[in-house]
Ligand binder design. Structure first.
Ligand SMILES: NC(=O)c1ccc[n+]([C@@H]2O[C@H](COP(=O)([O-])OP(=O)(O)OC[C@H]3O[C@@H](n4cnc5c(N)ncnc54)[C@H](O)[C@@H]3O)[C@@H](O)[C@H]2O)c1
Length: 445
């Protein structure tokens, strides 16, 4: 099948490359010329495990191409997947200007039947807006060309995006057009060979499903963080509680970790957008209001622990391990590290940071901040530092040399935002250890 990906970011590039991998002809469009130039010269603009190989293989096979030429891109694919960004507007609503802009471009240039697929995360009712935008452009041209609009929200996780796309848990398709539904079945058939994973539903339910999934996951995180803070007050250990409840299959172990809040390009904006959608519909979502509030507070927990330990931070240097909002990505959007680092700097500390992948992205995210330096290795970040804050649970931080850490830090203190270490081992290593929600296991504070 001939496919156009409109938007070649995390979702568009992964989706385009994976559709090419199973034999489709894919043209990826982006308005960002630098991004397309990089891809055309064999580079990959984002870090995503396994992606470079899939892109390279399919470019070499002639099945994956890149362009900034809108007219060519619209002509190319019978299926036009819109995978552009939907960032939060000032009021928290999803900003649909890129989605509607992409739809208008399709209406301006199409000359035959198209299936337009909304892959971006978009509020309920957006498919109608996309349909209207295309219809208006066709009317302006004085032509009548049939098209269908389908909702196909994307559930891939950054850091495991290729794997998730190649082996999806489910593929949600919102469609009221039998021909378009059949096209989607054909498109996704190679990704569900051992059993059917396509869930076909009405368009609005598909749009809401994506928000419901992210809101549920964000709720689990805020719930565990709230309990972690309570466990600290009560002298309990949230890690024990986690195991105690995760063993119930109705609850499950996944996504049940206490920490320093959720970040990334999706949960924060999608929770906000759903709250906004509800308000527009005259409804309130008090659970999600609280999820958001708890998360904002939780992002400050590590800085508060550091301040409490040292009193004042002026003249102190804090080493920070991990900058990306989660491991295996270079994505810095809404990363908890941003809040921590801003708080540390605001209190007079300097920061020596290390991240295995996200340092280039961090350098541009923190370009306006003074007082952040970047180290070449985790241990080098500790040189001259008063204490260590662990922010992202990259594998290489899981079993570090604790004696080397102790020898390098001026104060042997680890503030662990991800509960990576065993408090007993910390005690034996002579390290002060400040995890999240582990009063029963804690020796200090
Ligand atoms: N990143 C994720 O993990 C993830 C997962 C599931 C769903 N989503 C959703 O997918 C959508 C895209 O997210 P992303 O992280 O890939 O965003 P991104 O910012 O990485 O990529 C979006 C791309 O679209 C391009 N673009 C904007 N307007 C365009 C236009 N009119 N024509 C062509 N290109 C255009 C931008 O230049 C950019 O490169 C969002 O709605 C997001 O919520 C993201």
């Amino acid at each position: 099948m001939k496919l156009t990906m409109v938007g070649t970011g995390y979702v568009g590039l992964v989706t385009g490359a994976c559709f090419a991998e199973v034999g489709n002809d894919v043209l990826c469009l982006d308005l960002d010329e630098a991004k397309i130039r990089k891809l055309e010269s064999g580079g990959i603009p984002i870090y995503e495990p396994g992606l470079a190989e899939v892109v390279k293989r399919n470019v070499a096979a002639g099945r994956l191409r890149f362009t900034t030429d809108v007219a060519r891109a619209v002509q190319f694919g019978t299926v036009q997947c819109i995978a552009v960004g939907t960032p939060p507007g000032e009021d928290g609503s999803a900003d649909l200007q890129h989605v509607v802009g992409a739809a208008r471009n399709i209406g301006r240039h199409m000359s035959e039947y198209k299936v337009v697929v909304d892959k971006s995360t978009v509020p309920v009712g957006t498919a109608d807006k996309v349909r209207t935008a295309i219809a208006e452009e066709l009317a302006r041209r004085g032509v009548a060309i049939p098209f269908a609009v389908v909702s196909n929200p994307e559930f891939l996780k950054e850091g495991a995006a290729v794997e998730d796309f190649m082996r999806p848990d489910r593929v949600v398709v919102g469609s009221d057009d039998p021909q378009a539904t059949q096209t989607m079945r054909t498109l996704y058939a190679p990704f569900q060979r051992n059993h059917e994973r396509l869930l076909v539903m009405d368009v609005r339910s598909a749009e809401l499903t994506k928000y419901a999934a992210n809101a549920m996951l964000a709720t689990r995180i805020s719930f565990m963080n709230e309990l972690a803070n309570l466990a600290e007050r009560l002298g309990a250990d949230i890690e024990e509680v986690r195991k105690g409840i995760g063993s119930d299959p109705r609850i499950g172990y996944q996504f049940l970790y206490a920490g320093i809040g959720y970040g990334g390009s999706c949960f924060p904006k999608d929770v906000k957008a759903l709250i906004h959608t509800a308000a527009e519909a005259g409804a309130r979502l008090p659970v999600l209001d609280a999820v958001e509030r708890v998360n904002a507070e939780q992002k400050r927990v590590l800085a508060a622990k550091i301040l409490k330990r040292f009193g004042k931070l002026s003249g102190r240097r804090i080493a920070v391990w991990g900058l990306a909002f989660k491991p295996n990505t270079d994505d810095m959007r809404e990363a908890p590290s941003r809040v921590l680092i801003e708080e540390l700097l605001a209190n007079g500390a300097s920061v020596s940071a290390y991240d295995p992948i996200a340092m280039p992205a961090a350098k541009s995210a923190f370009a306006d901040l003074k007082g952040v330096t970047y180290a070449d290795s985790p241990l080098a970040a500790l040189d001259g530092a008063d204490a260590l804050a662990v922010v992202t649970e990259w594998k290489e931080f899981r079993s570090p040399d604790f004696q080397a850490i102790r020898a390098r830090l001026k104060t042997p203190a680890i503030f662990d935002g991800r509960n990576l270490y065993d408090p007993e081992e910390m005690k034996r290593a002579g390290l002060e250890y400040y995890p999240v929600g582990r009063a029963a296991a804690r020796q200090h504070e």
